[in-house]
Every structure is written in C-alpha cells, then in structure tokens.
Ligand binder design. Sequence first.
Ligand SMILES: Cc1cc2nc3c(=O)[nH]c(=O)nc-3n(C[C@H](O)[C@H](O)[C@H](O)COP(=O)(O)OP(=O)(O)OC[C@H]3O[C@@H](n4cnc5c(N)ncnc54)[C@H](O)[C@@H]3O)c2cc1C
Length: 306
Amino acid sequence: MKIAIIGAGLAGLAVAYFLSEKGEVTLFDAKGIGGGASGMAAGLLHPFAGQSGKLCRFGWEGLLATVALLNEVYPQKKGGILRLPFNERMREGLASQSELAPLSPEETEKQFPQVGKKSSFWCEEGYLIDTPAYLAALFEKLKSKGSILVQQKVEDFSSLQTFDKIILCMGSDSPFIPLQKLKGHLLEIEWPSHLSPLESPILGAGYIIPKGRTCIIGSTYERNFSSVAPDLEWAKRELLPQADRMINGLSQAKVLKVMAGVRASTHDHLPLIESIDSKTTLFTGLGSRGLLYHALYAKKLADGLI
Ligand SMILES: Cc1cc2nc3c(=O)[nH]c(=O)nc-3n(C[C@H](O)[C@H](O)[C@H](O)COP(=O)(O)OP(=O)(O)OC[C@H]3O[C@@H](n4cnc5c(N)ncnc54)[C@H](O)[C@@H]3O)c2cc1C
C-alpha cells in the first residue's frame, strides 16, 4: 500500500509511525519536519490542560500513548510540572485531582525559591519534551523503516492519485472543515542572574519553561490576527507581566527571541479524524494539546484505516 501524508508535524509523523509497518509512507511538507506549530510547541505534556485545571477527556489515554511512543523513539523526557493556580476555578479544578500533590506556600518556597510563598500543586505525571528533538528522532525512526520526506507544498491533491491512501495532517492549513485558529506567541528570555536556576516548568497564567541559561515564556491565545508573523512588542506587552506574576523580576529580563505559531482547534478541544472520500482522511484539531493527543489519535487513525 502506498500512503501519502501531507504535513510533517506531530500529527503527520505519528500517523507515519503507525502506518509505516503497513505500507510505504511518503511524507510531504512545504517547510520540512516541524515547520508548523509543532516546531515551536513549548514542550508541556500533561493531562490537566485548560483553564479549569481538570483532567482532559482522554487525558490519561493520551499521556500513556505519547509516553509509549516517546519510549520507542526519544526517551529523554523530564518529569514534573509545578502548577500555580491563578484563579479560584483553577484552584478548585487542580485541588479536585487526586494525582496532584498540594504544596503549601512554605513548601512551594522551599522547593521553588524563585516563586516565593504561593500555594501550588505538583504534577508528577507531567513532562517537558524537547519537541524539535523528538520530531527529529521520530523522523530518523521513520527513515529507518523506509519512509521518505518530500519537501514540497502540495497544491492539488489530485496530483497524488498514484497513492492508495492520502492522510492530510496540515494543522491550521487543513482544508474541508472550518477550524478555530489561535495564534500563539512565545518569548525566549535571559534567565536573571540573581535567581537560582529553575529545574522544572511552571504552569499558571501562562508558563515558564527552563532552557539552560534562558527560559521560554508563553503563551498568547489570539483569535483575531491578520498575520502569522511574530510581533515582538505585542508579545512583550502580553507575556512579560504574565511571567512576572509567577516569578517576580522576569519582566525586566532581556528578551532574546520571539516566535509565533498557529494552533487549529475544534469546539470540543478534541482532535478530528474525518474521512473525506474513499482515499483521503483528514487528521487535525490538536489545538494546544498536540503532545497529549497526537499518538493516541494517530494510532486510532492507523488502526481504523487498514
Ligand atoms: C506557541 C505554541 C506553543 C505550544 N505549546 C504546546 C505545548 O507545550 N504542548 C502541547 O502539547 N502543544 C503545544 N502547542 C500545540 C501544538 O504545537 C499543536 O497542537 C501541534 O503542533 C499540531 O500539530 P499538527 O501536526 O496538527 O500541525 P503542524 O505542526 O502545524 O503541522 C502541519 C504541517 O503541515 C504542513 N503543510 C500545511 N499545508 C501544506 C501543504 N499544502 N503542502 C505541504 N505541507 C503542508 C506545514 O508546513 C506543517 O509542517 C503549542 C502551539 C503553539 C502555537
């Protein structure tokens, strides 16, 4: 069976992984591996996403599927995420999850002196993934199974008629079904020298991801945007005060880099697998939970397709 996959992000590479045993996979991507939103995912993998802090639907199934795939191709994941509730709804949501360990303000300060005295929750079943490195490792695995990448924008699906199956994993550029598009900005900032190094990511109103002598702060969720290009001044205005509420002093840090990408979301925040015709299947709508859902849904798609 000859299979064409359009899009080499988390969705396309995971589908390719599960189908590569069953057929000959050719990946097409206009920009190369991780050229879309996947290449800039901050790397947070946990089942308690969203404003309420509660367990996501299929959260544990998604986490287990991703961890299994990571163990196959890229086992270097860092465990544990500190959750800082930023309103009562999130505090209640996090408190209702027995898997999260509540930390008193004193315990938080002892373990995370950078944060100071704030009540928090420790999420042991949360991970930080170096997403570009994971995508590269996944592609290496695919190459070893005979899959190839063609770096080319596919303008017309009828040019792929020699393939038996066509899977569209085009993220926010997906055709056929209207999706909500949410632009997200990230900033890389210098880690202030007066603060001790941060060992784990912090997730509150936004997030702080440690990265050696720098850190990534994110993210924005913009519904109305006219350009996908990053806007440094907007990102600074939005993200620096947000990060400062979690760690005092971050708003003064030197900004090194700005990045922006576009997420494609469905109304129920779950991915979408849709059969377009007898040959073509659409897989998109991973929203801001690509790491949580890509492996679970890619496996479902591969199992259902053949
Ligand atoms: C700022 C930001 C931070 C994020 N952080 C996290 C995080 O910490 N944890 C998490 O789980 N998720 C995170 N996400 C969400 C995550 O990035 C997405 O859910 C995921 O990347 C979606 O994967 P995808 O493969 O569906 O889409 P993409 O990664 O966008 O892949 C689509 C691919 O299709 C290609 N393509 C499109 N049209 C064509 C065409 N016509 N021809 C050829 N190729 C084409 C594109 O070049 C692209 O490479 C973040 C997103 C953003 C924007």
